[in-house]
Design a binder for this molecule. Structure first.
Ligand code: HEC
Length: 143
């Protein structure tokens, strides 16, 4: 192999290496789920399809059976526990705004990404101003 060929090979490897790291960076930004209007709307769609039957249109719930999400002290103060409940289902006794609830919420069957979307929707709807969560936080929630 002459010198020129060798130089060319090194150059090609260099290009490939750069390309690889660029791809990784791209994937990371795809995993990040921004709080954009589009994503809030996606969260709203998931909410209407998967949660509204019980928690109702304005997140008001149904007294004594299904706790409210709108203005919920539980959701505000125990966001991580709330994620666990929606991810895996729950029927333990809890108190929301001073009222006891102990009915069953089945596991949502949503992916971690969908959970981020639906949570960022309920955390910021009906007057709630409870911040946002990331995919890493949802992934870290285990049974
Ligand atoms: C079949 C009815 C039902 C469905 C559907 C349902 N939930 Fe629930 N949810 C409940 C019940 C019942 C509880 C209380 C569970 C307990 O006592 O362990 C609850 C509790 C919660 C809580 C914590 C308490 C609070 O009010 O802050 C959150 C947050 C929540 N649900 C969000 C959701 C989301 C998001 C969805 C849709 C992905 C959903 N739920 C779908 C019935 C339901």
């Amino acid at each position: 192999m002459n010198k020129l060929n060798l130089l060319f090979l090194v150059f090609v490897f260099f290009l490939l290496a750069c390309n690889g790291s660029e791809k990784k960076a791209e994937k990371k930004s795809v995993d990040r789920i921004e709080m954009s209007a589009v994503n809030i709307e996606k969260g709203g769609e998931l909410y209407r399809a998967k949660c509204m039957n019980c928690h109702m249109q304005k997140g008001e719930g149904i007294a004594k059976f299904y706790p409210p999400l709108a203005n919920s002290d539980y959701l505000k103060e125990n966001t991580n526990e709330a994620i666990r409940m929606v991810k895996f289902g729950s029927n333990k006794p809890i108190k929301v705004n001073g009222e006891k609830y102990n009915s069953l919420m089945p596991s949502s069957g949503l992916t971690d990404k969908e959970l981020v979307l639906v949570f960022n929707y309920i955390l910021n709807s009906w007057g709630n101003d409870y911040g946002q969560i990331s995919i890493e936080e949802v992934e870290a929630v285990k049974r």
